[in-house]
Structures are given as structure tokens and as C-alpha cells.
Design a protein around this ligand. Structure first.
Ligand code: DX5
Ligand code: ZN
Length: 218
């Protein structure tokens, strides 16, 4: 079986006790922690910066997957890498010089990903797929947790899976938004490797039961 990872998004955790919540999902079987960074410009919400990532990183052994939903992401890659990001994704829609930005992430020894909004076609990044460690397909409009999965996004997952299987066997496909215990099986079948889930995990009664149920469907 190809690599399958559950990535709880701390956007839906309790920000007054982030460390406890991260440790709780670590004990519950999470594989990687998804950190949503928002600037109030690229998306209509504001979250956290490198200082929080750096403090939180000391509280867990899990790798950090930092999703930059910010304008001019290249300005902050060094700071997030220094803070302990293991994976960094930037949005295709935010940059004129994606090639340069991808290389900047890799120069810091961090896994590099490009994120695509639901309406952004895959064609916009096909030329750089060979440089990437992962592609993050947004399956809701970025900015908020707890939204419904947008059904037409499934197409893009399958399209990317075909390209990946033919040309880039090591490329990971990550999806973000509206992933639940109900739809995760089908989304896994489409070829997804990394499943970001915020509300489905943090709003559940029992994190371990939820993550185990998710893993049983991959
Ligand atoms: C949305 C964020 C997501 C968010 C997903 O902009 O990128 O990571 O936390 O939340 P759920 O899983 O609740 O849709
Ligand atoms: Zn995210």
C-alpha cells in the first residue's frame, strides 16, 4: 500500500491549549501535524506565525506540515523552517516565481509542496511537479475549518494520481478540507496520501476512535 498519513489540522484545536491538543492527537495515532498559517489578505482569516510553531514544536515528536495561506510566502519560509517546519506548502495563486520559491523551501532542507485552490487547474503546476515532494489540493475554499468537501475536487485528485503514477511515483497527494470519517475511504481510493482533517478530529468526542476509524478506511 502507498503511504497514507492522517494530518490533524490544529485550526480546529483549542488555541488556549494547543500543546495539550497536539499531544492528544499524537497519542491518538496522528502521523503529522497540519498548521494553517493565514494572513488576513490571501484568506479572510488570521491565525498563527513562526513563534507559535517554534514553541509547539518542542511539545511533540510529530513532524509539522505548515500550510502557508499568505501573500508573499517567500518572505517567511526561512522563519518557518527555523521554527521547525518539516513540510511547507505555498499557494500557486500567491506567487509569480514558483520555481524560485520551491527551491528556497528545499534549500532549507524542508519538504516542498504547492497548494491549489479548488478553482485553480492542475495544469498551472505540471511543469514543476518533478521538483515537489507533495501537492496540496484544497477541497474547500481556504480560510476556515468545518466546511463541506467540494465534490468537483475529486476529479483533480484522480487527475493528479494518474500523472503521479505515470511520472512521479514519489509525489504525495495531500487533500485539505471537508475530510470526514464518512468520505475518507472514497478519497483514499482516488489516490490521496495525506488527509488533513480539522473539525472531524478535534470536534469528535474521542480522537483515538476517530483516527483509528479513519485509518481503517484507507
Ligand atoms: C482551511 C484549512 C484547513 C482546515 C480544514 O483553509 O487549510 O486545513 O483546517 O478544516 P476541516 O477539516 O474542518 O475542513
Ligand atoms: Zn490547511
Amino acid at each position: 500500500m502507498s503511504k497514507k498519513l492522517i494530518a490533524p489540522s490544529i485550526l480546529s484545536a483549542d488555541f488556549a491549549k494547543l500543546a495539550e491538543d497536539v499531544q492528544a492527537v499524537e497519542q491518538a495515532g496522528a502521523d503529522i501535524i497540519h498548521v494553517d498559517v493565514m494572513d488576513g489578505h490571501f484568506v479572510p482569516n488570521i491565525t498563527i506565525g513562526p513563534l507559535v510553531v517554534s514553541s509547539l514544536k518542542k511539545t511533540t515528536k510529530l513532524p509539522f506540515d505548515v500550510h502557508l495561506m499568505i501573500e508573499n510566502p517567500e518572505k517567511y519560509i526561512g522563519a518557518f523552517a527555523k521554527a521547525g517546519a518539516d513540510w511547507i506548502s505555498v499557494h500557486q495563486e500567491t506567487g509569480y516565481h514558483l520555481d524560485r520559491t520551491i527551491n528556497l523551501i528545499k534549500d532549507h532542507g524542508v519538504k516542498a509542496g504547492i497548494a491549489l485552490n479548488p478553482a485553480t487547474p492542475l495544469d498551472t503546476i505540471t511543469d514543476v511537479l518533478g521538483l515537489l515532494d507533495f501537492v496540496l489540493l484544497m477541497t474547500v475554499n481556504p480560510g476556515f475549518g468545518g466546511q463541506k468537501f467540494i465534490p468537483y475536487c475529486k476529479n483533480k485528485i484522480s487527475q493528479l494520481k494518474d500523472i503521479r503514477d505515470k511520472h512521479y511515483p514519489d509525489l504525495l497527494i495531500e487533500i485539505d478540507g471537508g475530510v470526514t470519517t464518512e468520505n475518507i475511504g472514497e478519497l483514499s481510493q482516488c489516490g490521496t496520501n495525506v488527509f488533513v482533517a480539522g473539525s472531524a478530529i478535534f470536534n469528535s468526542e474521542d480522537y483515538k476512535q476517530t483516527i483509528s476509524l479513519m485509518k481503517s478506511k484507507l
